[in-house]
Design a protein around this ligand. Structure first.
Ligand code: N01
Length: 499
């Protein structure tokens, strides 16, 4: 075997989180860094989710890096292509593209305790790294539904996050399974071209009006020219979103106006009583991500669209059979069934100091980390978009930037104190998570719905249960006293300090 490539920091993934890490680290002088990306371009989820209608449901000025504002967003909610272009431009402008190795699949990330370093195996080379930053994202591994017969379907079957652009939908009978954030963007976009569309709904989502608008040139010019204006707009968007946290985590009554808006939106857009009943949510608003669309309900009321609420029994080669025995013929099957979040296959590839994978650890003990970022038993590993960082109401980029502050301060601390490794103390991590769990019991996310925030045991380890500024505050500085550490000079002997 060839000698491993030695690198100080290895980042896995070139989506928002991995790129953010690469940019901030190189800006701070941590230049001995490589980013491994399995795809052929940057962009992560914004590269992969190219389905018709893909767009962001967080306002553009907020859904961007604070260090790379874009006055040229074309509208309040950016379409996927514009966000993808933004990520590519930011990568280029920051000069980090040359740090990225594309088409490299990371197959194993293993900590070697005697050396205090990580061995990272890939489809190409082996790397030997001091620090590993996981930027693989939470919504990156499509979850295909486990439905009897689905592999025997005669026509194309694809997930929204792996849209097959070679398939023509015009004049076809199409089935879409799922009614989450992806489905409600796809369905209105394809309904006008297909001959018939069946939408399989297991749970009716809460859908609110989408306050989207084009930004006229004069407004964009103002963002370019008036100092602080764009920042003020971002702050306004942030504050209006953050207000929801009161209802989501503390006072359910604060959700009442949002709920009333959702009910009114449905009543105004769907005249047919039977359809309206089907589309009326039966769970607490906010328990699943609140969806935004002005076109979802009118599309479901179209002549060529049926909403099917009978559970799916099986897929045949010609279509879908529901529990009432009816076979619904289809030419194309689109699965909009979400992602492996708490059970991402990538966790199987990461082995800590005791040889256990993150997948095993998190399956047995729950998906837990410290401040969403570091994990006991996995020294010098920084997980971006890790446990308890997920949001439904605001921008994940805000959470990522908070984690980057923590990462950067950890790197500076290790450099200044000449440390080889830092590892969160188990007791500190446990206490931190006990507090999180105590807080989550009162939140809306555990009020009885099914969502990607929850794990198989019904706990909600993926979601941040507080104001996002509270997370920003707790990740501002790296708290070295919570960590055991090994000094650089003695790492090879496995000596520890700070216990
Ligand atoms: O996935 P989901 P998504 N049989 O998990 C249904 C982000 N996002 O891709 O509700 C039948 O939300 C499932 O039914 P139920 C955003 O964070 C952001 O839509 O579990 N149905 C549900 O309806 C979002 O939260 C944007 O009963 C099955 C759907 O499939 C996250 O991605 C845009 C089924 C899955 O919904 C995921 O959204 C798009 C089965 N076997 C996505 N299995 C932005 O704008 C699952 N379902 C930023």
């Amino acid at each position: 075997m060839d000698h491993p490539k030695i690198v100080d920091v290895l980042v896995v993934g070139a989506g928002f989180s991995g790129l953010g890490a690469a940019i901030r680290l190189t800006q701070e002088g941590f230049n001995d860094l490589v980013v491994l990306e399995r795809g052929s371009d940057v962009g992560g989820t914004w590269r992969d989710n190219s389905y018709p209608g893909a767009a962001c449901d967080v306002p553009s000025h907020l859904y961007s890096f604070s260090f790379a504002p874009n006055p040229d967003w074309s509208r309040a909610f950016s379409p996927q292509g514009e966000i993808y272009d933004y990520i590519r431009r930011v990568t280029h402008d920051a000069g980090v593209r040359e740090k990225i190795r594309f088409g490299v699949d990371v197959t194993a990330v293993e900590f070697e305790e005697d050396r205090g370093r990580w061995t990272v195996r890939t489809s190409e080379d082996v790397y030997d790294a001091r620090v590993v930053v996981l930027g693989v994202g939470a919504l990156c591994e499509p979850k295909r539904p486990d439905i009897d017969g689905i592999d025997d379907f005669d026509g194309p079957v694809f997930h929204t996050a792996r849209w097959d652009h070679s398939v023509t939908l015009a004049d076809k009978r199409v089935a879409v399974i799922g009614t989450g954030a992806s489905a409600i963007q796809v369905v209105p976009s394809i309904a006008p071209q297909v001959s018939h569309l069946d939408v399989y709904q297991r749970t009716a989502p809460w859908v609110l009006p989408r306050m989207d608008r084009k930004y006229p040139e004069i407004e964009r010019a103002a963002y370019r020219r008036i100092p602080g204006l764009q920042r003020a707009m971002r702050a306004l968007q942030y504050a209006s979103r953050e207000f929801q946290v009161v209802g989501l985590t503390r006072t359910r009554a604060a959700l009442a106006p949002i709920k009333a808006l959702g009910r009114a939106h449905l009543a105004m857009q769907v005249r047919d009583r039977r359809l309206r009943e089907k589309l009326t949510p039966t769970f607490e608003i906010g328990c699943k991500r609140i969806l935004l669309s002005n076109t979802w309900y009118p599309t479901l009321a179209r002549e060529n669209v049926d909403v099917i609420t009978e559970p799916i029994s099986r897929v045949t080669k010609d279509g879908i059979v529901t529990s009432d025995g009816v076979e619904h013929p289809s030419d194309v099957l689109v699965v909009a069934t979400g992602f492996h979040v708490t059970d991402s296959p990538f966790f199987d590839r990461v082995r800590g100091a005791d040889g256990r994978t993150l997948a095993d650890r998190w399956e047995d003990e729950g998906m837990e980390a410290y401040k969403g970022t570091t994990v006991a038993g996995y020294p010098n590993l920084f997980v971006l978009v890790g446990p308890a960082t997920g949001l439904g109401h605001s921008s994940m980029i805000y959470m990522i930037e908070s984690q980057l502050n923590y990462l950067l301060d950890a790197m500076r601390t290790m450099r200044d104190r000449e440390l080889q490794t830092v590892e969160i103390r188990r007791a500190v991590q446990d206490a931190y998570n006990r507090e999180l769990r105590d807080g989550i019991g009162d939140t809306v996310w555990v009020s009885g719905c099914r969502s990607w925030y929850l794990d198989a045991k019904g706990n909600a380890p993926a979601v941040w249960p507080d104001f996002t500024f509270a997370f920003r505050r707790e990740t501002r500085e790296f708290d070295l006293s919570a960590y055991t550490r090994t000094p650089a000079a003695t790492a090879r002997a496995g000596q520890e300090v700070g216990r």
